[in-house]
Ligand binder design. Structure first.
Ligand SMILES: [Zn+2]
Ligand SMILES: [Zn+2]
Length: 376
């Protein structure tokens, strides 16, 4: 079938909206008509080349839509079902899926190639048939997509897909970092560095867990005022002086530092943001690395002596350490009860044709929490 999609041909060049020929679903796959996709900052890492990929590629990994057609052997959904796409697949059979870590599923090894699980492409340029790389088996900057059943979760059909799409990456990643990875207990203290979509979801997770102090740090004051709305108890403007920020964290915590800190910025900022997270921790505290850094960068600014003598801990977090077939339905219940806020996370809606504006907004580091593209 023919559809429109946004194709990235080169780093830092505008995405091109063009006609794509999409193959029918093969065994274990389905065709999904996308209703909405969040514009997650992780896509920008591929756009800028922080994380290299094969081009051309159709990015987008925070989608939700309606199943149109299922391939042979698909049992968990049928045409007409509403679904959220998860940017990581889970097979349900490997060691990691069986030990409560579907975010580390062995299918993840196939995500780097741009091909599907059978090592072939589904997307082809309509004008000349050239193969186009897919992204994480979801490629949501398009009117339709093909996804394996491992990447799809059925959701209630009476809730807005233009909000539930955030559960496919950003919200689940940020909220889960606070609730699954850190297991914040009532009264514990946290520093959250970077208050975009992920950081604001972490603020919500910390608030719902009963954190005593939630210190939000960002370079943009507008983002900090959003963090306050979502439950931050203190905010600090990072004026690119990490010592000043750390002093403020210590002042707020009576000289102790916070129990946990979360790094949500990544990119080429990690020398500064990790320093803030690490130095702002209490003795024995844990730093959770969530932001996607530049692949070419190989070091973190953490001194080995201080690391052992202060008994600090460092932990990577992927997709909020979510068991997403269990956690996303939990989050949907909390959304319905008004305990987590998805509507307020969406600051602006766009059409696919405006995708380059969305990317520019993210690069400018503007006041957006989440931009959502709608296809309906
Ligand atoms: Zn994402
Ligand atoms: Zn698995």
């Amino acid at each position: 079938m023919r559809m429109k999609a946004a194709v990235l041909y080169e780093v830092n060049q505008p995405l091109v909206i063009e006609e794509i020929e999409l193959d029918p679903p093969k065994s274990g796959e389905m065709l999904i008509k996308l209703v909405a996709t969040g514009v997650c900052h992780s896509d920008v890492h591929y756009y800028t080349g922080d994380v290299p990929r094969e081009f051309p590629i159709i990015l987008g990994h925070e989608g939700a839509g309606i199943v149109e057609q299922v391939g042979e052997g698909v049992t968990s959904v049928q045409p007409g079902d509403h679904v959220v796409l998860t940017f990581l697949p889970s097979c349900g059979r490997c060691r990691w899926c069986h030990t409560g870590h579907p975010n580390m599923c062995d299918l993840g090894a196939k995500l780097r190639t741009g091909k599907y699980l059978d090592d072939t492409y589904r997307h082809h340029r309509a004008s000349d048939g050239k193969d186009i790389n897919s992204f994480l088996f979801v490629s949501t900057y398009a009117e339709y997509t093909i996804s394996p059943e491992a990447s799809v979760l059925k959701v209630p059909d009476y809730l807005p897909l233009e909000r539930l799409c955030l559960l496919g990456c950003g919200f689940t990643t940020g909220f889960g970092a606070a609730t699954n990875a850190a297991h914040i207990k009532p009264g514990e203290t946290v520093t959250i560095v970077g208050c975009g979509g992920l950081g604001l979801a972490a603020v919500q997770g910390a608030a719902l867990s009963g954190a005593g102090k939630i210190i939000a740090v960002d370079v943009h004051e507008a983002k900090l005022s959003m963090a306050k709305q979502f439950g931050a108890t203190h905010t600090i403007v990072n004026r690119h002086n990490w010592k000043e920020v750390v002093e403020e964290i210590h002042e707020i915590t009576w000289g102790v530092g916070t129990d946990y800190s979360f790094e949500f910025v990544g990119s080429d900022q990690t020398d500064e943001t990790v320093k803030i997270c690490y130095e702002g921790l209490r003795k024995g505290g844990t730093l959770f690395m969530v932001g996607v850094g530049r692949v070419s960068k190989k070091t973190l600014p953490i001194g080995p002596t201080n690391f052992s003598l202060w008994r600090k801990k460092l932990q990577g977090v992927l997709f909020g350490d979510a068991q997403f077939r269990v956690d996303i339905p939990r989050y949907i219940d909390l959304y319905q009860q008004g305990q987590i806020k998805l509507d307020e996370m969406v600051t602006q809606e766009f059409r696919l044709e405006e995708i380059n504006t969305c990317f520019q907004n993210l690069l400018d580091g503007s006041k957006m929490a989440r931009q959502v593209i709608r296809y309906d």
